[in-house]
Design a protein around this ligand. Structure first.
Ligand SMILES: [Zn+2]
Length: 413
């Protein structure tokens, strides 16, 4: 239907920098590979700490340390001083120092803290860059330098050249995070115009079409366990051994719920970005304020953040557009039929009833319908994320306003 949609995006995209996306996948390493991973991680940690100490020393001596000079310096001395570094890929050493350089750059640009030394207790990890084609993925396996093929639990969801692989260990399991250059992904022509999305805790999301996305069954089970663990935690005496155990269990369940949500959110956001040309969502800060229950908030904050991150980059990838409602946009309190805004709406009211026009709908559906209308009526801009304030002119983040698309987008409102 939006025929004008497919054209135009690709040229605009090619002027942008390549889109680098990461997909983290669980690995199935054998014993020898595990040993190698641990050793490479140790080497990476050592290199990082060596470079940080050297950076500080040179800085104090009035020199100008840099990531490049430190890499060169380590290369010249490692044959004499750290001959064991040759046991693992030289990438582990190089990339660790590159990471330190990145951390310092973030610090100087006031985006990050001053780099800290890595401790043995920190998450083990090392990186490999793929400059000379040292590794490649083939379906559900990946070939890494020195150790060869390793099974992956799933295929990489992005296609394109692999730029970098980060191998890390969490709670005894090894993962690889693959960074893919997705520049060649082509925008799709979305069959539908606009959609509004209301995010939830038990239900992942409700669309303005009335569709409720429940997420997998395991999500419900994990949520119920999390609620129980949360209550159990509250009953324990503070500082006791049992409280410590309950806390660890709670942490594990939080990670599990987050992992299930992340997976389900990936399926959902891919489908939405491929189906709808304009996507209306709420500002997340509002959500945090509305859902103030302890557990719901902990689950939702992380989940909404992840949703926003995914839908933003996927919209960019597939040429859809995300419109974020202004902070004070009353998506729950407005009647999606006549526009009247309710004075009060209790959280417990699951059905929206309008006293003015008699409109009735599920609370989530009504909110999603408002977000869809908001998104569709906001000024049409280039792909990417824009913010819209209800009734006011949308502030367009990127350039170029395409008027001719407006007519197409209005239909769903
Ligand atoms: Zn009404």
């Amino acid at each position: 239907m939006p025929a004008s949609h497919g054209r135009g995006w690709s040229t605009r995209r090619s002027q942008e920098r390549p889109v680098l996306l990461a997909h983290k996948i669980a690995l199935d390493p054998n014993m020898a590979q595990r040993v190698y991973f641990a050793r490479a991680s140790g080497t990476a940690r050592f290199s990082y700490n060596w470079a940080l100490a050297e950076w500080q020393r040179q800085y104090k001596a009035g020199e100008k340390p840099s990531e490049v000079s430190l890499r060169r310096q380590l290369n010249t001395i490692k044959r004499d001083q750290f001959v064991w570094m040759f046991d693992v890929t030289k990438c582990a050493v190089q990339e660790a120092i590159i990471d330190l350089g990145t951390a310092f750059r973030a610090f100087f640009e006031k985006r990050g803290k001053y780099p800290r030394f890595k401790r043995k207790e920190d998450k083990p990890s090392f990186c490999a860059a793929n400059e000379a084609g040292t590794f490649r993925a083939d379906g559900k396996r990946i070939k890494l330098p020195v150790i060869g093929w390793i099974g992956m639990r799933e295929e990489c969801r992005f296609s394109g050249p692999l730029k970098r692989a980060t191998v890390s260990c969490e709670a005894g399991r090894w993962f690889v995070s693959l960074m893919v250059d997705t520049d060649e992904v082509q925008p799709v022509a979305q069959p539908e115009a606009a959609v509004g999305i209301d995010l939830g805790v038990t239900t992942l999301a409700t669309l303005s079409t009335g569709e409720a996305i429940e997420g997998p069954k395991s999500h419900k089970v994990a949520l119920a366990r999390l609620r129980r663990a949360n209550k159990a935690m509250a009953r324990k005496r503070r500082g006791s051994r049992n409280a410590r155990k309950a806390k660890a269990r709670l942490g594990r369940l939080h990670r599990r719920v987050a992992a299930i949500r992340r997976d389900a959110t990936h399926k959902m956001t891919t489908r939405i970005a491929k189906t709808y040309a304009v996507i209306g969502i709420e500002d997340l800060n509002v959500r945090g304020m509305v859902r103030n229950r302890h557990l719901a908030r902990a689950v939702s904050d992380g989940g909404f953040h992840e949703f926003r991150r995914q839908i933003t980059y996927k919209a960019r990838l597939y040429g859809a557009r995300v419109v974020v409602a202004g902070r004070w946009y009353p998506s729950s309190k407005s009647c999606s039929c006549c526009g009247v805004i309710k004075e009060t709406l209790a959280l417990a009211e699951r059905t929206f009833r309008c006293t003015d026009c008699g409109f009735e709908a599920g609370r989530d559906v009504n909110a999603a319908l408002n977000l869809a209308a908001m998104a569709a009526s906001s000024a049409v801009a280039a792909c990417g994320e824009i913010r819209a304030d209800a009734g006011r002119k949308a502030r367009v983040k990127r350039t170029s306003v395409k008027q001719e698309e407006n007519t197409v987008l209005m239909e769903a409102a």
